[in-house]
Design a protein around this ligand. Structure first.
Ligand SMILES: [Zn+2]
Length: 424
């Protein structure tokens, strides 16, 4: 390359100016050499890196000047996706590599022999739904497109084991396809319920007429419900939080997927602007709200993410689109079925609102494969409801009704042979 010759000549002006001048010349000569060299030998150049998504679903796109030669594989402890790019020189703006959503760490560096390595560390276990090398339609080079979604440790381990089986090692040289392997049977899986106490930490939720804070009511109730469900001995029961901590809505969904939940029950006790309204309500997700009050409530609940202080507009739109695509019809049918059962059980023990089964676009109910409902136990804007929520006997009755509904739903799913996990 003649770089040594050039630096050897060094005009002895001295100081920083010379340093900067040298650097510029070196860069210029480097690029001159690159353009003269055979294009096939020149290192692959990355032209951009983009990540969009949330804690349940991410899309990562990396642009290159030509077709990249890649190897990729999974590593555990922590859960990582590793992509090696042969003969590459990847100068990417550090701010583009800032972790977000399901990806809590991004590292990019050279590992020798001209290979650059990209390591994406998951917030928890994940599935690689897609990893493709694609030609850009406008002829401007190639891109790697990766779709990742939150999954359980078991699913991650299965993907890892399958990877070793299909390649004879843990390295995949495929330029496309899915490592996640699709449905995986899971004979040891018990019917799993994830209970989500609404709000928490800096997000207090609604405040009652007499000062009751929603986040405390939801946690106390969820704990009682968990104990009742666990006492049956047939179900695995988890909570998204069991302390006063702030959790983003997508993290709540991620936790449900991590446990391969068969049911997510989000517990709330909000306020409502319409006077005199009281009683319990069961909500499922829908694109179009069942009524203006449901819409207003979902809008308010979805604001919870603002407490995270880093909501990025463009990403949100993209992710919303992905999520809406993914809400499977089957999941939705099960959500509706459970909501119906739950309303039936609650009606025998606690007061319900008019039309107690409602729907709106609640983010926390958008897991693609986990039937999900949101229960408003009552409204803190109503003094009688507030008093009930603080009454141990009332809470016990309400928790028992929900437990009964879960038992009915679980045995119905077991009866249809679909009660043994999200993979089935
Ligand atoms: Zn709430």
């Amino acid at each position: 390359m003649g770089l040594a010759d050039f630096t050897g000549k060094g005009c002895r002006v001295g100081g920083q100016i010379l340093g900067a001048f040298r650097l510029l010349l070196l860069v210029a000569i480097f690029f001159a050499c690159s353009s003269v060299a055979n294009a096939a030998d020149a290192p692959l150049v990355a032209k951009g890196y983009k990540m969009a998504g949330d804690a349940t679903k991410m899309r990562i796109v990396m642009d290159f000047d030509r077709e990249p030669d890649i190897k990729w594989f999974l590593l555990r402890g922590p859960n990582r996706l590793v992509i090696d790019l042969a003969n590459s020189r990847l100068a990417i703006d550090a701010k583009d590599l800032k972790p977000r959503g399901l990806v809590k760490g991004v590292r990019l560096g050279e590992i020798g022999d001209g290979v650059s390595r990209l390591i994406l560390t998951g917030k928890g276990p994940f599935a690689v739904d897609r990893l493709d090398v694609l030609k850009n339609e406008d002829g401007s080079g190639y891109r790697i497109a990766i779709d990742m979604s939150a999954a359980s440790e078991r699913e991650f381990d299965t993907a890892l084991a399958n990877q070793a089986l299909t390649t004879g090692s843990t390295v995949s040289t495929d330029k496309g396809g899915r490592v996640g392997t699709g449905p995986v049977s899971n004979p040891g899986h018990r019917f799993t319920v994830v209970i989500d106490p609404g709000h928490g930490g800096i997000d207090g939720g609604a405040e009652g007429l007499n000062g009751t804070i929603e986040k405390n009511v939801t946690l106390a109730f969820a704990t009682e419900l968990r104990d009742k469900l666990a006492a049956i001995g047939k179900y695995d029961v988890f909570m998204t939080r069991d302390t006063d901590e702030y959790l983003r809505l997508d993290d709540r969904v991620r936790i449900a997927r991590q446990h391969e939940a068969d049911l997510l029950i989000s517990i709330h006790a909000d306020t409502i602007s319409v006077k005199g309204i009281r009683g319990a309500t069961v909500y499922t997700v829908s694109d179009k709200a069942s009524d203006p009050q449901a819409q207003a409530l979902a809008d308010r609940e979805n604001l919870s993410d603002q407490f995270a202080g880093m909501v990025i507009k463009d990403d949100n739109k993209e992710v919303t689109d992905i999520l809406i695509d993914l809400i499977r019809r089957e999941t939705h049918t099960f959500s509706m079925s459970f909501a119906h059962t739950l309303v039936g059980e609650l009606s025998t023990s606690v007061g319900l609102i008019n039309n107690p089964q409602r729907s709106a676009g609640f983010k926390v109910l958008k897991a693609p494969d986990v039937p999900s409902v949101l229960v408003e136990l009552g409204y803190l804007s109503n003094a009688k409801d507030e008093a009930q929520l603080l009454n141990a006997e009332w809470r016990g009755k309400a928790a028992q009704s929900i437990t009964n509904a879960v038992a009915l739903f679980a045995s119905a799913r077991a009866g249809t042979g679909t009660g043994t996990g999200t993979g089935g």
